[in-house]
Ligand binder design. Structure first.
Ligand SMILES: Nc1ncnc2c1ncn2[C@@H]1O[C@H](COP(=O)(O)OP(=O)(O)O)[C@@H](O)[C@H]1O
Ligand SMILES: [Mg+2]
Length: 258
């Protein structure tokens, strides 16, 4: 075993004349927070689509816990512990914030997982209680406990993004893919975001990959940073290493680099 929970190798995606991804290899270990940065059009969202199963790559292979999932559906991957959020948030607007989290846990079986569902066959009510309790706990961690009963469709963008994060982590994912999670957030909200991500990684062993334009945020949160440019991995390393790389400065960070 490689020790990687997620292992993508040689990923290629072509849209007509555009090679959006070209031989991208990227692995995540349990408990690691990895940043993915790069200029617009570099292929970050396309890579997320491929990892989460929304788009099948033209080349390459994706392993989840060592098993080939390249041809598995997004739902299958989600049931096996992979979660993502989207660049544009997608909540159930007609449900309350708390109910968005309860529903998310039902996707996977919730309250002890599908094995507990089968073996112990406890009542629906017991499940419901366990899911509500977990929802309350996660909402508190995300600084959202005050709006648990608000309808998700009425929230300002930063709040909605935080609810999307809360929903993605509600049933304890093992791999979490976050596409621009801090966009539209206040400093206080992005502080909550950072602490929730740190907790998930350190305490629950979740592997996190996050795309974010706020370079300072990425550098502060991620133990490793991967730089994509024109569909290829241009550089990777610690925040310090990546920041000092002249190719990264040219392609992305530009003259204003810290
Ligand atoms: N559905 C699509 N159809 C055609 N081209 C696409 C599509 N999605 C992305 N692309 C192209 O693929 C490249 C990578 O895009 P994307 O993954 O969205 O980059 P990023 O998220 O890094 O900004 C860009 O050149 C973009 O125009
Ligand atoms: Mg994108």
């Amino acid at each position: 075993m490689s020790g990687h929970v997620l292992d993508a190798s040689g990923i290629g995606v072509r849209f007509g004349g555009v090679q959006a991804l070209d031989g991208v290899t990227l692995s995540l270990r349990p408990g690691e927070v990895c940043g993915l940065i790069g200029p617009n059009g570099a292929g970050k969202t396309t890579l997320f689509d491929v990892l989460s199963g929304i788009r099948r790559p033209d080349q390459g292979r994706i392993l989840l816990d060592g098993a080939d999932v390249t041809r598995r559906s997004p739902v299958w991957r989600a049931r096996h512990g992979m979660r993502r959020t989207f660049q544009r948030q997608q909540l159930f607007g007609q449900l309350t914030v708390a109910d968005n989290l309860v529903v998310a846990q039902e996707w996977r079986g919730g309250g002890g997982g599908w094995a507990a569902d089968l073996l112990a066959a406890p009542t629906r009510r017991t499940h419901e209680r366990a899911r509500r309790a977990r929802a309350t706990e996660v909402l508190r961690a995300c600084g959202l406990d005050g709006i648990a009963d608000d309808y998700a469709g009425t929230l300002p963008v930063g709040r909605a993004r935080m609810v999307e994060l809360a929903r993605a982590v509600a049933d304890g994912p093992r791999v979490l893919l976050l596409d621009e999670p801090a966009s539209g957030m206040t400093d206080e909200e992005s502080g909550h975001l950072a602490s929730v991500v740190r907790h998930l990684a350190a305490e629950e062993g979740c592997a996190v990959l996050l795309v974010e334009h706020n370079v300072a945020f990425v550098m502060g949160l991620c133990s490793r940073v991967v730089v994509l440019d024109l569909g290829r991995v241009l550089a990777q390393g610690t925040a310090t290493e990546v920041r000092a790389d002249p190719r990264v400065r040219d392609a992305y960070l530009g003259a204003a680099a810290p």
